[in-house]
Design a protein around this ligand. Structure first.
Ligand SMILES: [Zn+2]
Ligand SMILES: [Zn+2]
Length: 941
């Protein structure tokens, strides 16, 4: 699409984007937050979708008179970048990073962050995304980090931050905890071994039956939990006596009889013999290996007896606290068994399940083994299976302000609306405390220092504060490892050392409303004026990512008014889009190559077609089915149609005078245009992009397949100058207003059309214009309805002809229609369906009824039309210009003189010839009568 490239250049050369903002100086401000993408791979259709949505809304708001600055940002920190570098350097674990040197490792990360920025900028620019790329913010900037520190300090001062020892989802490969919303991004359906294990009660010949799908946690077993309210039984089989919940008898795979039945309470405090002896002599072992109560114990699966490993399950951990059970790790931070677990020492836990099961068999404590299918969480970045792992970490106490989170969500307008109470609302209902510390390297450092003497902690909220407290180290670069050499002075006189973790990168992106402007250290007024954002847009996955962290941090900060308002969400309006899948519904994958190259699509159909497809084809929020064919169809039906309408105007325009028209077609299309304008504004002001744009599907059909087609004669053979002037003025007006109405969505073709239509003194670009607000007095709903009816009648009549096999070229005597309709529309219908007369007849049952009786006269006219069409085709094939005059030969049948003259007139022929000196000839049959026709051009001197 060459003209698109030219328009990009025009925008650039003339600073149109910059001007669109400058010219709105002093106008109301429309505030937008750009969710920073990771530029660690090439941009794909998902990025293009979201960028198109953002661009369309922001262009629209600009045309509506707002000042809309658009600053982009880049997400720089976190696991995505670290994993990329680890792969590049073939690093397998954290230890190898430390061996390489954290400074070197972070230097690699830093360099890679912008590796793909250029690709991103290029692609986004090519889509027509207007944004300020030169002034982009990066989450790794020192200023950005300082603002993130400020955020944490504010929350710290409100007692919303707590250091705690808890069980969290944990990736052993990345060796870091993950937040529960990160975990949510990586659930997979897997097949695992599940085992039933017999634990022998002390001094009794009965066994407790437990069930687990994670055999590797058994060496850390310290208790068995039951539910004291449930019914339990002791059954007897030839192999022994087992205790399990009454509701779970179905799991037994042998004959048995129930010996005893009792409430779970009876089991409490019973002692059993551990399967593995590793924890027999540890601290608090005296409390271990007993039956305890757990509210969470149910009877939906398993045996109703739950094995408790205090270090590897959240419920287990809590029970451990309640019963003062041992808290001893059997597994290190890389997921390998510790040395004292002699049988498996040094081995990766997920690789030992099979051996553990074998050992249980040898110990004769395995009751049975099964395969189960269940969902299991995997690391969203490195794909390793996650563990639940007890660890000390820092928590934002989200549960303390859950009510406010839910209240603030009520202030947000969600598109699609169901997300508000659905996906997002439910997520807020279940909000958990947020573990925001990561034991990683490439991230903003957590600004918490702890005294080596008195153990008191300080959270630093600014670089200035850090300078004041510092007794050693350099703070030029806030990244690890440098920041870890910065020591502070404690009030007690002792030395304070920084906690080694970095921020969860989601904490950083959630802080962007403040950090992108280095608030409150700079741009105080700007941030306070523009918070919360009027609008943001990202993908559905962000309901548990960026949308969530923005919301959590904004809600926490505005629990009190600190100049950012009280009880504010971070954004007022949000559009949420689905995934872009291939045409069969699979994820787009580089490996499968199930999608066309982005650049090919631009080349063949242009950015406008792609944008229109993305904005109109799927209801916002649902997943897209992407295929080249569908983009092509949009290009043909919408973009090309619009272009053809414009080309038609250009071909026939004379003087471009402005004239008010009374022609019914003109009045109709103006009414349609005004209605389109009004409805579109309604939808757009409600952020319903898809519904807004779909209005244009019908409009372009009306415009191109009806208005222009029906207006051809007025341009090609006007009955008067006035008639042409009216038609021309209307067409020009409609094209120009369409270019403005559609400019936010298809910015290229609209710019092209506007450029050629704009008069002297008008603005230089359609994107600088105001969005049209056409006057209501142009609307004539009755006329719109009647024209719609007329089109329906025409469609019905044409279908009827098709069924009968009688071509439209064959005139018919009359048609009957059922309902009265504007007389001027009757003429249009007559012409379209080629009948001599239209009669109104209330008694017919159909909308329209054609009379197919053909008189000789009608037949003759039909023949003439067939001949004319063939001659016109020959003219075209020979490349004659539309003013070239020709000579015609026509032999066969008997045509009256009037009909022969009709033919001459229609094909611009001078006269008939009788010789065979022809440039083209053709034989054809009409109503079984053979004709020979031919033409040659008249060369006049
Ligand atoms: Zn991982
Ligand atoms: Zn101290």
């Amino acid at each position: 699409m060459k003209y698109e490239e030219q328009i990009l250049k025009f925008w650039k050369d003339n600073n149109i984007f910059e001007e669109s903002i400058q010219m709105r100086e002093g106008a109301p401000y429309f505030s937008f937050y750009d969710g920073p993408p990771f530029a660690t791979g090439k941009p794909h259709y998902g990025h293009i979708l979201i960028t198109t949505i953002k661009d369309a809304v922001l262009r629209y708001k600009t045309m509506k008179g707002f000042q809309v600055p658009r600053r982009v940002g880049w997400d720089c920190h976190g696991l995505p970048v670290e994993n990329l570098i680890e792969k590049e350097l073939n690093i397998k674990n954290k230890k190898e990073i430390e061996e390489l040197g954290v400074d070197k490792f972070n230097e690699y990360c830093k360099k890679s962050v912008f590796a793909c920025v250029e690709d991103f900028e290029k692609t986004l620019e090519r889509v027509g995304r207007w944004a300020d790329y030169s002034n982009a913010y990066s989450t790794m900037d020192k200023e950005y980090t300082e603002s993130v520190w400020w955020v944490l300090k504010k929350l710290w001062d409100k007692n919303l931050v707590k250091k705690d020892y808890r069980v969290s989802p944990y990736c052993p490969r990345c060796a870091t905890t993950l937040s529960n919303f990160e975990v949510n991004q990586g659930y997979k359906e897997v097949r695992d071994r599940s085992i039933y294990v017999k634990l022998k009660l002390k001094n009794r010949d009965e066994f407790l039956l437990i069930w687990t799908t994670t055999p590797w946690t058994l060496p850390q077993n310290v208790a068995v939990a039951i539910n004291k309210e449930e019914d339990y039984v002791c059954v007897k089989s030839i192999n022994g006596k087992y205790i399990l919940a009454k509701k779970r008898l179905e799991i037994l795979n042998e004959d048995y009889e129930i010996e005893k039945e009792f409430k779970g309470e009876k089991l409490l405090k019973l002692r059993y013999e551990p399967v593995f002896g590793y924890l027999k002599n540890v601290e608090k072992a005296e409390n271990a290996f007993q039956v305890v109560h757990g509210d969470f114990v149910g009877t939906e699966d398993g045996t109703g007896l739950v094995h408790v490993a205090t270090m590897y399950g959240e419920d287990d951990h809590n029970i451990g606290k309640k019963y003062d059970l041992p808290f001893i790790h059997t597994v290190d931070e890389s997921g390998n068994f510790l040395d004292f677990v002699e049988d498996y020492k040094g081995r990766y836990v997920f690789d030992t399940n099979k051996d553990i099961i074998n050992d249980l068999k040898n110990k004769e404590v395995l009751y049975k083994e099964e395969l189960v299918e269940h969902t299991y969480p995997f690391c969203w970045r490195c794909d390793s299976p996650l563990m639940y792992y007890a660890k000390e970490s820092y928590y934002l106490m989200v549960t303390k302000f859950k009510e406010e989170l839910i209240e603030n969500n009520k202030k947000i307008h969600w598109v699609p609306s169901h997300i508000k109470e659905g996906r997002f609302g439910k997520w807020l209902q279940g909000a958990r405390d947020w573990d925001f510390a990561r034991n990683r390297f490439w991230g903003a450092p957590i600004p918490i220092w702890k005294c080596e003497e008195c153990e008191s902690m300080v959270c630093v909220g600014s670089i200035e504060e850090l300078e004041k407290l510092k007794i050693a180290g350099d703070i030029e670069d806030l990244h690890k490892p440098y920041i870890d050499n910065v020591y502070l002075k404690c009030e007690c006189g002792g030395k304070m050392k920084r906690t080694p973790e970095v921020f969860d990168c989601w904490f950083e992106s959630g802080s962007m409303p403040y950090a992108e402007w280095h608030y409150p250290f700079e741009n105080k007024e700007l941030v306070e004026k523009t918070f919360p954002a009027d609008f943001i847009a990202e993908g559905l996955d962000q309901t548990r990512g960026w949308f969530y962290t923005l919301h959590v941090i904004a809600t926490a900060l505005t629990l009190e008014d600190i100049n950012l308002g009280k009880n504010n969400p971070a954004f007022k309006n949000v559009i949420v889009n689905g995934l872009v899948l291939d045409k069969t519904g699979r994820k787009l994958s580089k490996r499968l190559k199930n999608y066309p190259e982005v650049s090919d699509i631009f080349e063949k159909y242009g950015a406008d077609a792609l944008r229109y497809f993305l904005l109109s084809s799927t209801n916002i929020g649902e997943d897209y089915r992407f295929s080249e064919d569908r983009v092509k169809e949009v290009w043909r039906k919408i973009i090309l149609s619009l272009e053809n309408c414009f080309t038609f105007y250009n071909t026939y325009k004379k003087n471009g005078k402005e004239t008010k028209s009374n022609n019914i077609l003109d009045r109709w299309i103006l009414s349609r245009l005004t209605t389109l304008n009004k409805e579109m504004v309604q939808y757009l002001d409600n952020y319903e992009l898809t519904r807004a744009i779909r209005l244009f599907n019908d409009f372009i059909d009306d415009f191109s397949n009806w208005y222009i087609r029906r207006s051809r004669r007025r341009f090609q053979k006007p009955e008067s100058n006035l008639e042409l002037e009216e038609a021309e003025a209307t067409l020009k007006f409609v094209l120009k207003e369409i270019s403005k109405i559609m400019a936010p969505f298809i910015p290229f073709i609209t710019e092209k059309i506007y450029h050629e239509l704009k008069d002297d003194g008008e603005l230089n670009s359609v994107h600088l214009c105001d969005f049209p607000e056409l006057k209501d007095d142009l609307i004539d709903i009755k006329l719109e309805d009647e024209m719609k009816e007329a089109r329906e009648i025409v469609n019905l009549a044409l279908n009827e002809r098709m069924e009968k096999g009688i071509k439209v070229r064959q005139p018919l005597a009359f048609a009957k229609i059922k309902k009265e309709i504007d007389k001027r529309l009757i003429d249009i219908i007559k012409d379209e369906i080629n009948v001599k007369e239209i009669l109104i007849d209330n008694n017919i049952s159909e909308e329209v009824l054609l009379n197919f009786e053909l008189t000789d006269e009608l037949k003759e006219e039909g023949m003439a039309r067939e001949i004319i069409r063939n001659i016109q085709q020959m003219r075209k094939d020979l490349g004659y210009s539309k003013n070239d005059r020709i000579l015609v030969k026509c032999e066969g049948g008997s045509l009256s003189k009037d009909i022969k003259n009709l033919i001459l007139e229609e094909v611009l022929a001078k006269e008939y010839i009788f010789d065979d000196d022809l440039e083209a000839k053709k034989e054809l049959k009409v109503y079984n009568i053979p004709f020979l026709i031919g033409i040659k051009k008249v060369y006049e001197n």
